[in-house]
Design a protein around this ligand. Structure first.
Ligand SMILES: *Cc1c(COP(=O)(O)O)cnc(C)c1O
Length: 347
């Protein structure tokens, strides 16, 4: 078998959620959008429900279907994109709670599903999703009369605790929601870590559960192991891979492993990234191809049958740094070709 294995440690996922939950006095939801950041929404949601998570968030109504099947009928599943045209059947049939983002969505919801629960997303300055202060002012009384279950907003800069934007958005959220006796939520992982002031009634962590920054105490969740297909000896001056970007400075032993940028192993991470045999990191040599990577294994005494790209030595944030991106993008880019293995699955 030549496909790489992505091992997802559900015990670590559960421990990360538990550790985040322990930092708050309020509800700790779980964001499982984008297939739980690429790690498998059904399995992850089921594990987190077993751990005690009672509220789940997805980006689109379609994503709510598998989460609903995984967590049973009762736990609330909220949809960040709200109530889009064409979503009504899914929202009703899978009992999803749309976070309404505009007056248009509020009208659509009231017309199509008048007695169905909903929440409202407010824009406190990120200018991405949600009702802006003036819009909210205009419809607030009507919207509140319809009985929203949750009011949320989202912080733009919460990965930087010293950023002025955090306080500005907090103030705007308070101004827009004070005197309303409706559960409120402002913070994702970053805001949760800013402290109690940012917690309100519910936090909504995603990346921290999956082992990424800004939750520096997170346990790593994902491991990638890639089979070695072939090993060759190259002489001084020989090249490896497309465009001859690497030239052997001395005789070297090169392993070719079977994964590449089609598996989310972004070409740009090549020069700084290593593949591990146990604790020994071996440099990538030459360009990362679509399905293959060359690795200089000269310093290994044994002949490996597989090498690790992602592990406790080289986390998603190290790879992200190497590629000039963020851990979120590394995880969600991993793609469909891996053999996925779950550790610690109780069900
Ligand atoms: C993605 C998202 C979250 C979770 O963010 P993390 O940084 O992964 O914790 C929470 N709320 C909203 C609105 C989001 O879009």
């Amino acid at each position: 078998m030549s496909t790489a294995t992505l091992t997802i440690d559900l015990t670590a996922i559960r421990a990360n959620w538990r550790a985040l939950n322990a930092r708050t006095q309020c509800e700790t939801a779980a964001v499982v959008k984008a297939n739980a950041y690429g790690l498998g929404a059904s399995t992850v949601a089921r594990a987190l429900a077993q751990e005690g998570a009672r509220h789940f968030f997805v980006a689109a109504a379609e994503e709510g279907v598998s989460v609903r099947k995984a967590v049973g009928q009762d736990l609330p599943i909220y949809v960040f994109s709200g109530h889009m045209a064409g979503d009504t059947d899914l929202i009703r049939d899978y009992n999803l709670i749309p976070m309404l983002n505009s007056v248009d969505q509020l009208i659509r919801h009231a017309e199509n599903l008048s007695n169905h629960p909903f929440g409202i997303q407010l824009d406190t300055g990120m200018n991405r999703l949600g009702m802006e202060p003036v819009e909210w002012q205009a419809v607030r009384d009507i919207a509140v009369h319809l009985g929203p279950k949750l009011l949320i907003s989202h912080l733009a800069c919460s990965d930087d605790p010293s950023h002025d934007m955090n306080e500005q958005q907090w103030q705007s959220f308070v101004d827009m929601t004070q005197d309303l006796d409706i559960p409120k939520s402002l913070s994702a992982t970053g805001g949760l870590l800013l402290g109690e002031k940012y917690h309100f009634d519910m936090t909504r962590p995603g990346i921290g559960i999956y082992g990424g920054l800004p939750f520096t105490k997170a346990k790593p969740v994902a491991t990638i192991s890639i089979p070695v297909i072939q090993i060759r000896e190259v002489d001084t001056g020989e090249t490896v891979g497309y465009s001859n970007t690497w030239v052997a400075p001395t005789p070297r032993r090169i392993a070719t492993v079977s994964a590449g940028y089609a598996d989310g192993i972004i070409r740009a991470m090549g020069p700084k990234t290593r593949l591990y045999s146990g604790n020994v990191g071996c440099p990538i040599v030459g360009r990362i191809s679509m399905d293959l990577i060359g690795v200089d294994i000269t310093l290994l005494s044994e002949t490996p049958t597989s090498l690790e790209l992602l592990n406790a030595h080289q986390t998603i944030d190290v790879l992200a740094d190497n590629a000039g991106t963020i851990g979120y993008e590394i995880l969600t880019s991993l793609g469909g070709r891996y053999r996925r293995k779950y550790l610690g699955d109780l069900a």
